[in-house]
Design a protein around this ligand. Structure first.
Ligand code: UD1
Ligand code: UDP
Length: 354
């Protein structure tokens, strides 16, 4: 089968890494398309280099813009490619604007559509990601759900016939990366951090970065920690810290560094005493690596991590962040809710449902 896979944002390069391999192993022909949503070297190229994913066959170079303009440019570029490449199906990941653009183009050009990481719901319709994932799920032909909870969400919306529980492809990627990172990453030496002696933080959600009061409250919470706090800053966060005059506060108390590559990030997460994050992917990776996670949001799609006791939701409340980071009672439950590390092969198999 000829598959046109659409990626564009950092977490999608990581998700594509095990899936591209599995598609090739299963004998499918893949045309990998990068929309260009993320374009800085450390937000894009670094992942292709270190993960050994083939360079995308096409890069649409859409860059940053408003949601409408960005999504529209992606759709136009993808529609041209569908005409040129004539794929049997499109495959999209997660919940970004690149996901939605790929989904709408698949429907409008009468191609099959496979959604990897289907069925996630935060219940917060103010997040652009929630709209992207709901719309994508409802027009997909094959819904690759990473967890039993995601399957239940899809059943509740009447989508069970198109759903398959594949497990989570990020778990496949993280298992590989953990071992590679322990062996090859020198990030702790470079940043002069002691294993187990620092807190890792990431912040990039629009709701946190684009609200100066929330961003400041988060910084204050992180500043309360006695250990070094390292913050690999997403470009969006860096520009907001400057815009809101919070740069000095951030750099006085935190080690603000450029975003790091995947292996370095996994090493940082593996060696951290705690992580504070508003990322979806990082919450899960923290769970895989058994690093206690303090989530800087009011809700999460990855409810299993909270139910097991390895993740706590604190929003942007300074005192709650401080208290959660000081907690010592973390647990991880008995089972493995994210599959057995072979999700990518299950995604490749799921194409037979088209
Ligand atoms: C996007 C996704 C979000 C995902 C995140 C992963 C949407 C709506 N949001 O958010 O779901 O969690 O990616 O990281 O699709 N920028 C740069 N260089 C880059 C990329 C971005 O400077 O390489 C800056 C630009 O100022 C841009 C801003 O970051 O306006 C936001 O980028 P954008 O891709 O629109 O959204 P993210 O916040 O990255
Ligand atoms: N990540 C990375 N370098 C960083 C920060 C994150 O490689 O400096 C990886 C992280 O391991 C995870 C993914 O990027 O796999 C998460 O991306 P992000 O937080 O940007 O997006 P989300 O998962 O929230 O959509």
């Amino acid at each position: 089968m000829k598959v046109l896979s659409v990626v564009g944002a950092r977490p999608q390069f990581i998700k594509a890494f095990p899936v591209s391999r599995a598609l090739a192993d299963a004998g499918h022909e893949e045309v990998l398309v990068h929309t260009g949503q993320h374009y800085d070297e450390e937000m894009s190229d670094v992942f292709f280099e270190e993960l050994g994913i083939p360079e995308p066959a096409y890069n649409l170079g859409v860059g940053s813009d408003g949601h409408v303009q960005q999504t529209a440019r992606m759709m136009t570029g993808l529609a041209d490619l569908v005409e040129e490449e004539e794929p049997d199906c499109l495959l999209v990941y997660g919940d970004t604007n690149s996901t939605l653009a790929g989904a709408l183009v698949a429907v409008q050009t009468n191609r099959g559509l496979v959604h990897v990481e289907a069925g996630l719901r935060s219940g917060n319709r103010d997040m652009p990601e929630e709209t992207n994932r709901i719309l994508t799920d409802h027009v997909s032909d094959v819904l690759c759900a990473p967890t039993a909870e995601a399957v239940r969400n899809l059943e509740a919306e009447g989508l069970e016939e198109r759903t398959v529980n594949t497990g989570d492809v990020m778990y496949d990627a993280a298992l590989w990366a953990r071992d590679q990172a322990r062996e090859h990453s020198d990030v702790l030496d470079r940043l002069e951090l002691d294993d187990g002696g620092y807190v890792l933080a990431t912040v990039h959600r629009a709701a946190n970065t684009d609200d100066p009061a929330r961003l400041e409250a988060i910084l204050e919470g992180l500043a309360s920690v006695d250990e070094p706090v390292v913050l690999p800053a997403h470009p969006r966060t860096k520009s907001r810290l400057e815009e809101y005059d919070l740069w000095d506060l951030a750099t006085e108390y935190l080690r603000v560094v450029e975003p790091v590559g995947y292996l370095d990030f996994v090493r940082l997460l593996d060696g951290a005493d705690r992580v504070a994050t508003d990322s979806g992917g990082v919450q899960k990776e923290a769970f895989f690596l058994r690093t206690p996670c303090v989530t800087l949001r009011e809700e999460t799609e990855w409810v299993e991590t909270v139910e097991a006791g390895g993740n706590v939701l604190v929003g942007a409340d300074t005192e709650a962040i401080e208290a959660a980071l000081a907690r010592t009672d973390w647990s991880y439950g008995g089972g493995e809710p994210y599959g057995d590390g072979n999700a990518a092969a299950a995604v490749a198999d799921s194409l037979s449902r088209l």
